[in-house]
Design a protein around this ligand. Sequence first.
Ligand code: ZN
Length: 153
Amino acid sequence: MSEFSDLYQDLILDHQKNPRNFGELPGANHHADGYNPLCGDKIALDLKLNGEGVIEEVKFKGSGCAISKASASMMTMALKGKKVAEAEKMFSQFHDMVMGKEGAKTTDLGKLKVFAGVRDYPARVKCASLAWHTLEAALHDEKQVISTEDGEG
Ligand code: ZN
C-alpha cells in the first residue's frame, strides 16, 4: 500500500474495513460474478433496476485485496440512482482513467478519482477495475464468471 498517498490510503482502508452496500440483495434482477486471478479478488454483484432503467439498489459481496474491495464499495455508492447509460459512462471514464489513457475524462467520477493513482501500478489496475467489469457484465446480464484475464484492464 506504500504506493498510495495518505489520502487515498485512508479512503481505501476505510472502505475495506467498512464496505458500503455489502451483502446480498433480495429482489435483484441483475447479477454477475467477477474474478481477478492475478490477485485472487472475487466479487458478486447484485443490481435492482426499475422499469425506467434506473439502478435503485446495488450490493456486492466479495473477498480480496483492499483496493478491489474499496473500489467495489465506492462503486456501489456512486451507482445508486443512476441510469444505465450514466453507469456505462462512469465505467468508461473509470476504465480510461486507471488505464492511463491520454485525455481521459473524469467529469462523472467524483470520489472515484482517488483510483487514478493505480495507473502507475499495472497489477493494481485489475484490482481497481474488477468491480466495474463485473458491473458491465451484470448490466448485460451475462451470467458467466467474468475474469480480468480475458482482456486489458
Ligand atoms: Zn487485488
